[in-house]
Design a protein around this ligand. Structure first.
Ligand code: TXA
Ligand code: MG
Length: 345
């Protein structure tokens, strides 16, 4: 069932119904300010297990638990500290997920057996209304098949998961467009595991020193070195090449690929960076299947540009062209053929 709900002023009756679906152990796809999520009752292990089945997601990749208030977040952790309090005050509700030591009540199925749990307080009125109506925390990954592009509209959720959820709440396109920032607070210093809607610059203003795990050293294997950081992620089915360099590199690359008989779709991201983030996944989706190769230039590596470039790097499976002189185009074309045959769909 797909229902339309006003993003700013959601219909209570519809949310109450959706909350009941969650309490009954069902799956509800719903909007957040970042991307659409596929939600289940976080306190019902059978329900959260069905998320993994619906997405084709390996059980080794843990889920984020969504709550409406800091007081609820605390109950999911073993100990809530000053740092968490500081960050929560500044960035919640919003596109930030905190990884903390988990409390007993958090099921191993959600955390993939880890002793830590990822928690987020979303800002979207529909997400908040759904959690409130369900009267329990909601576990939700992005509502896409595993490894694919996250959905930023209800149509995208249908394209990914039609028939695999009990209810889809359509509140139009999402605003931020990339997922939440995942910040690990379990170590001696905070570390960004995934760049996202809250920027490193914003975090540093509040916390001082914050480090960022480099996504560029991750292995190609499906057993991620750390949860969720698979190199092959956020991927269209059509192979993608990312460009990091001046505009003429993109032009030369496109010419080089076309001269080798490949059709190329070039994605131009809008400015400023916030607009590029908002549109990124819809543009990747629209480009998918339109050519032999997608080419897209990376953006300025600051602020939310870090998240955009991280997703492009993964969508490209690490294929980043910085200069034409240093790129063996025949070798690159070979890799693209490899991507095509390995593509899950
Ligand atoms: O914006 C978002 O975060 C969206 C919306 C729906 O809230 N959700 C989302 O969930 O992107 P998902 O499952 O697609 O990505 C969650 C990320 C994964 O990379 C996962 O590995 C990581 O968070 N994660 C979850 N629990 C973790 C933990 N205990 N330790 C480290 N990473 C964790
Ligand atoms: Mg995801």
């Amino acid at each position: 069932m797909r229902v339309i709900v006003d993003a700013a002023d959601p219909d209570r009756a519809v949310l109450d119904h959706a909350g009941q679906v969650i309490r009954d152990g069902g799956l509800v796809a719903f909007p957040t300010e970042t991307v659409y999520g596929l939600g289940a009752d976080a306190l019902n292990p059978a329900a959260t297990a069905s998320i993994f089945t619906a997405k084709g997601r390996p059980s080794s990749d843990p889920l984020i638990v969504h709550v409406t208030a800091v007081t609820d977040a605390r109950t999911l952790t073993r100990s809530w500290g000053d740092t968490a309090e500081l960050i929560a005050e500044r960035f919640w509700p919003g596109p930030l997920t905190l990884v903390m030591e988990k409390a007993e009540i958090v099921d191993d199925g959600i955390t993939a057996g880890l002793q830590t749990v990822a928690i987020r307080v979303p800002a979207h009125p529909v997400a908040r209304g759904l959690i409130a109506a369900a009267r329990r925390p909601i576990a939700a990954p992005s509502a896409n098949r595993f490894g694919r592009i996250s959905p930023t509209s209800a149509d995208a959720v249908e394209a990914e998961l039609f028939g695999r959820y009990d209810m889809l709440i359509d509140s139009g396109p999402t605003a931020v467009g990339v997922e939440s920032t995942v910040l690990d607070l379990t170590g001696p210093a905070p570390i960004v595991l995934r760049p996202g809607g809250v920027t490193l610059e914003q975090l540093r203003q509040v916390l001082g020193e914050v480090t960022q795990r480099s996504g560029h050293s991750q292995s190609e294997s499906t057993e991620a070195a750390a949860p969720g950081q698979f190199l092959r992620h956020y991927s269209p089915s059509t192979p993608l090449v990312a460009v990091r360099g001046p505009r003429n590199v993109e032009t030369q690359l496109v010419e080089g690929l076309r001269s080798r008989g490949l059709s190329v779709t070039v994605i131009g991201l809008p400015e400023p960076l916030e607009a590029a983030a908002t549109d990124l996944y819809a543009l990747l989706r629209a480009a998918d299947g339109t050519a032999d190769v997608i080419v897209v230039s990376m953006v300025e590596p600051t602020d939310i540009g870090r998240a955009i470039n991280d997703r492009l790097f993964r969508a490209a499976r690490g294929k980043v062209v910085e200069s034409i002189d240093q790129t063996d185009l025949d070798d690159l074309v070979g890799h693209l053929d490899g991507d095509r045959t390995e593509s899950p769909r």
